[in-house]
Design a protein around this ligand. Structure first.
Ligand SMILES: Nc1ncnc2c1ncn2[C@@H]1O[C@H](COP(=O)(O)OP(=O)(O)OP(=O)(O)O)[C@@H](O)[C@H]1O
Length: 344
């Protein structure tokens, strides 16, 4: 078990892009490296609308140097896979969108042509150990960086984007891009599974300030409500002696349960607007980051024996032992069950 790393909070200002997010911002490269070693990681961007969350997480479309944390992480991971000849790695990608409190699979091939209401919704299921499982969310294998980037582009074209008074291309949903990595040494039945969530939260906005109506207002209400529930979870986690953490209030907090207070190494990126008229929002983002930095997670190494490989190994062992027995006793044993055994 790792030594309970605190959730990190990093500050970024819109207009102050970094050339290389992974090496330029302390905390991001370690998160990615830990994923290679079997630990879960999350990097999430939080800030008011238009402050640069999508630019930071996904990147700008115009220049290669503007690419964000997701493409840089994919590049880094696949480079590391190639360098490490001691392990065999498998990568799967899923891309979840939470829009107006409903989950959608951004990698669903029907997404582009179908109406939103006709798409299958992603739903949450909880097992007896309180682990969250997402029904109807696909997980697609990516054999190399190019395939992974194609999945990112496919998902990004399906995202809910709208022009708002505060941002020309505002993302109206929370998006969680997850890279699932499995690594094992050739011939070994021990597998390390880890996942890295790269999260672009929808931005809070003061609807009174911008005077939006109709669909934009409905979206803004859902966004603000879910960010309010996120804040409640963060407040509960940062206070000592709180036994109940209200994860179940929203889909986003349920999905990010582990990232916010469980088996995960988490980094929060707070994005701020440089404009003076947004000073109140910037202060509130900083306060939120301060609370997040108080949370301590318990990240554990996700290592298990692959049941399929274990069965193959045990069958082989049984065969070898049977051969040995035949040599020692000279008696040929039969696999047939006796009448007594069949009646049990
Ligand atoms: N570091 C940066 N360098 C250059 N342009 C930037 C930077 N950060 C943000 N921008 C630009 O500012 C605008 C708003 O950024 P972005 O869409 O990333 O904000 P956001 O926080 O995701 O907003 P929303 O919550 O509304 O989706 C975009 O046009 C983006 O290209």
């Amino acid at each position: 078990m790792s030594s309970s790393p605190p959730v990190e909070a990093l500050l970024l200002r819109a207009g102050c892009g970094t050339e290389s997010p992974l090496s330029g911002i302390a905390g991001l490269q370690p998160r990615t490296t830990h994923v290679l070693s079997g630990y879960n990681g999350t990097i999430f961007a939080y800030g008011q609308t238009g402050s640069g969350k999508t630019f930071t997480i996904t990147g700008g479309a115009e220049r290669y140097s503007d690419r964000g944390i997701i493409p840089r992480t994919l590049s880094y991971l696949f480079q590391q896979f190639q360098k490490d000849s001691t392990k065999v790695y498998t990568t799967h990608i899923s891309y979840l969108e939470i829009y107006n409190e409903c989950g959608y699979d951004l990698l669903d091939p029907r997404h582009e042509a179908a109406r939103l209401e006709d798409l299958q919704k992603v739903s949450i299921m909880e097992d007896p150990e309180q682990n969250i499982h997402l029904k109807n969310l696909s997980s697609q294998q990516a054999a190399n960086e190019e395939e992974a980037l194609n999945l990112l582009f496919l998902g990004d074209t399906n995202r809910m984007i709208a022009e708002t008074p505060m941002n020309q291309a505002s993302t109206r949903s929370h998006c969680i891009f997850t890279i699932h990595v499995s690594g094992r040494e050739p011939g070994s039945a021990t597998v390390r599974h880890s996942k890295l969530h790269l999260v672009d939260l929808a931005g809070s906005e003061r609807v009174g300030k911008t005077g939006v109506g109709g669909q934009l207002l409905t979206e803004a209400k859902y966004i603000n409500l879910s960010l309010h529930y996120l804040e409640q979870v963060i407040i509960a986690l940062s206070e000592k002696n709180r036994s109940h953490i209200p994860y179940r209030n929203s889909m986003m907090t349920s999905v990010l349960r582990d990232s916010l207070g469980g088996n995960c190494m988490t980094t929060m990126i707070a994005t701020l607007s440089v404009e003076k008229r947004n000073i109140d929002e910037s202060i509130s983002t900083c306060r939120f980051a301060q609370r997040v930095a108080l949370i301590k997670n318990e990240a554990v190494l996700n290592e298990e024996l692959d049941p399929g490989l274990m069965i193959i190994r045990l069958k082989r062992e049984i065969l070898a032992l049977k051969d040995e027995l035949v040599m020692v006793t000279g008696e040929q044993r039969t696999d047939q069950l006796t009448e007594d055994e069949l009646q049990k």
